[in-house]
Design a protein around this ligand. Structure first.
Ligand code: SF4
Length: 345
């Protein structure tokens, strides 16, 4: 597909493929024997705390934020790997929040995941070709020679050539980059429409990251895929995304088109994350925002704006009132009392 045709196709298809509404996931905290005796109240880790967003067909929508902000849990809930505490998930306008196992199995053909650790996601005793072809057998789509043909073609597509050689190898015989290519091949073998890519390049050599991301972008165009991309690395988010949502302690604090988020970040947390990205020219002057302290525990979320204990701009109202995610321009939403469509002074 040419670039121009792809752009036209993307504009024509800006329909929602996935939507989550008021999604929450609270994990109960295990208490010690003594704690159980002393208190009856139950503690919860508020991993995902009331988030709403849509992923548009053909785009790369990125959930970004520090580890523990709830981005991976969100991806797993969408795929039905973790049940939500409350809220709703839709795929192509059909609610898929609490599907029965058989319905979920059928949906898996259309929604797949690429995991962070390509080594752990493969059975070390299974040849790469068998692992990639396994989903075809599970779903009764191909076996024998037909399966082999599909696996060879997919290996070639992800750049593992000659495929006849790679199909016979075990995971430990592949480099980190090759294993992640194999993981991508496995996620695409069922011809899905939607992929959750959970930190897919964070465990790969820095020198190989761009080639894997470029491969993912090429495959997206070629196979008309949609990605929910999960990363802690804003430099990676800037490279791959169409739209970005920044998460902090289970909430989306800023969301919008990539250009908006990176050229005009309005939330102090986004500004701090962006100011931490290394720049090619260290002499270039830019404002560095240093955050105070550590990310608070998701068991004891601060009152008011949950970012206020670390925010350099916090005011009295920030300690009392939680800011809503508010539209500041056609393609930009932010949850901060001080955001009025321009950067903080
Ligand atoms: Fe900082 Fe207040 Fe905005 Fe929260 S609402 S990010 S504490 S300025």
């Amino acid at each position: 597909m040419s670039d121009a045709f792809y752009m036209r196709w993307r504009e024509m298809n800006r329909t929602e493929i996935v939507r989550v509404e008021n999604l929450k996931k609270y994990f109960p905290v295990e208490k010690s024997f003594l704690e159980k005796l002393l208190t009856r109240t139950r503690g919860f880790i508020r991993a995902v705390d009331d988030i709403t967003f849509s992923v548009l067909r053909g785009e790369v929508f990125t959930l970004a934020g520090e580890s523990g902000c709830g981005k991976t849990t969100t991806g797993k809930i969408i795929l039905g790997l973790v049940p939500p505490t409350s809220g709703r998930v839709f795929f192509r306008d059909r609610e898929i929040t609490n599907l029965k196992p058989e319905e979920l199995r059928l949906l898996r053909r259309r929604m797949q995941i690429i995991f962070q650790d390509p080594y752990a996601s493969f059975n070390p005793r299974m040849k790469i070709g068998d692992a990639i072809g396994h989903p075809l057998e599970i779903h009764g789509l191909a076996s024998g020679l037909e399966k082999r043909k599909k696996v060879l073609s997919m290996l070639e597509r992800v750049g593992l050539t000659p495929p006849e050689q790679f199909i016979e190898l075990y995971p430990h015989q592949l480099s980190g980059g090759q294993r992640q290519r194999a993981a991508i091949a496995r996620s695409l073998i069922l011809n899905p429409e939607f992929i959750v890519a959970d930190e897919p390049v964070s465990m790969i050599d820095v020198s190989l990251r761009t080639t894997i991301i470029d491969l993912m972008l090429d495959l997206k165009r070629e196979l008309q895929l949609t990605y929910l991309f999960i990363t802690h690395d804003l430099a990676v988010a800037k490279y791959i995304s169409d739209r970005v949502a920044i998460m902090y302690l289970g909430k989306i604090v800023e969301m919008g088109e990539k250009e908006e988020i990176f050229s005009n970040p309005l939330h102090p947390y986004t500004q701090a994350l962006l100011s931490a990205i290394p720049v090619p020219n260290p002499d270039r002057k830019r404002r560095i925002i240093e955050l105070k302290g550590e990310v608070p525990s998701a068991i004891r979320i601060p009152m008011g704006c949950r970012f206020h204990p670390r925010c350099p701009f916090a005011e009295e109202a920030c300690q009392k009132e939680e800011p809503e995610l508010t539209v500041v321009s056609a393609s930009h939403l932010v949850a901060c009392h001080l955001a009025k469509g321009s950067e903080h002074a």
